[in-house]
Ligand binder design. Structure first.
Ligand SMILES: *Cc1c(COP(=O)(O)O)cnc(C)c1O
Length: 365
């Protein structure tokens, strides 16, 4: 049997007719950028998150850098972020010229709230919280620290659509929540897409203006903006998927509960969930000392895996200029050496999952 790490087609076939109907509707409408589909999606997504405003954008990376641009955070400023994130979180900070200040992760793969305060300096302007792999971060202490030092709080929710901390949705704790709708995300489009959510009407209006060349009224440009618009086709398809997000998240929860119940092998560690947090399982990430052997072992049995992420941002070539060295963030680096995402996707069959479980349980035995 062959089991791929992800199967994006499965989620499409689950509601094929609805997607095809919507696609034809948009194609026949004659209106393709910033129209009623985008407006409706923004309203529906804001309601889902429980935020006053949503502004659709072209990608999750755009959501991040435009958020920091609108907050006026750039050259000479520092932004605190966890070391073990996807590099887009860091690029969202550095595109504006600000400096990322890395903090080690906790055992749940999110920023270790106990290690934030020691990194705050006179230049610190914001904390960027990443709810990695789909699990909400430890927002209680993080919100308290942001308030105590009057820092902006931005959330990278690219992997956490619908995840909560103590009943409150990720994306609603700070000034701005940034989302990605890249196809593999839990709320994925069939192309690129992103959005910001915010309770602050002034911020929403600024982002709305910025995404469209800095203009509210056509050809009257107030600021030097960007072209970062969610298109009508993606917005329409996202509306279809959003209508099913409850059942899709439930299915992933069921799959991961089975993994947690049935995987049993001392060769690797299973993911844990923080008390008070919910996990929407963007990825099911185990940690294994003998990762390379495990990857080969699974590959021989037709099972694909992915490493999220093999090179932490501080050691990537892109950030050589920050002059970090191996050993600077030992927890981050040890996660990068051990994490492994096993197959997980909506539409995964019981047969596929049983096959993955029995292979994993046989490793090294
Ligand atoms: C996917 C992702 C992004 C970037 O989103 P794009 O839509 O691909 O630009 C940012 N941060 C995290 C944590 C992500 O997983």
């Amino acid at each position: 049997m062959e089991v791929m790490p992800n199967r994006l087609d499965r989620v499409f076939y689950m509601h094929q007719e609805e997607y095809e109907k919507k696609a034809i509707e948009v194609l026949r409408s004659g209106w393709y950028v910033l129209g009623n589909e985008v407006k409706s999606f923004e309203n529906e997504f804001a309601a889902f998150v429980g935020s006053k405003n949503c502004v659709g954008l072209a990608s999750g990376l755009d959501a991040l850098w435009i958020a920091f641009r609108i907050l006026g955070i750039g050259r000479g400023d520092e932004v605190i972020v966890q070391g073990n994130t996807y590099i887009a979180s860091v690029m969202g900070i550095t595109i504006n010229g600000a400096t990322p200040v890395f903090v080690e992760p906790d055992e749940y793969n999110n920023i270790d709230a106990d290690k934030i305060e020691e990194k705050i300096t006179g230049r610190t302007k914001a904390i960027l919280v990443v709810h990695l792999y789909g699990q909400a971060s430890n927002m209680g202490p993080i919100v308290r620290i942001a308030e105590k030092y009057q820092l902006r709080l931005v959330e990278d929710c690219a992997q956490s659509h619908g995840a909560c901390f103590k009943g409150k949705m990720t994306g609603t704790f700070g000034d701005i929540g940034c989302f990605s709708f890249y196809p593999s995300k839990n709320l994925g489009a069939f192309g690129d897409g992103g959005a910001i959510v915010t309770d602050d009407d002034a911020i929403a209006e600024k982002v709305r203006t910025f995404r469209n060349y800095g203009s509210r009224k056509r050809y009257y440009n107030e600021v030097v903006g960007a072209n970062s618009r969610l298109d009508e086709l993606q917005a329409g398809l996202l509306r279809v998927r959003l209508a099913h997000i409850g059942e899709l998240t439930e299915e992933k929860n069921r799959l991961c509960k089975k993994y947690l119940d049935e995987l049993c092998n001392e060769a690797f560690e299973l993911p844990r969930i923080r008390e008070g947090a919910t996990h929407i399982w963007h990825q099911f990430v185990i940690r294994c000392e003998k990762r390379e052997e495990l990857i080969d072992f699974l590959k021989e049995r037709g099972i694909g895996t992915i490493i999220h992420y093999p090179i932490p941002p501080h050691l990537s070539q892109a950030y050589q200029y920050l002059q970090y060295r191996k050993g600077d963030f030992p927890v981050t680096e040890s996660y990068a050496d051990r994490v492994l995402s096993i197959p997980l996707y909506n539409g995964m069959t019981e047969e596929e999952q049983n096959y993955v479980i029995s292979a994993l349980n046989c490793f090294n035995k």
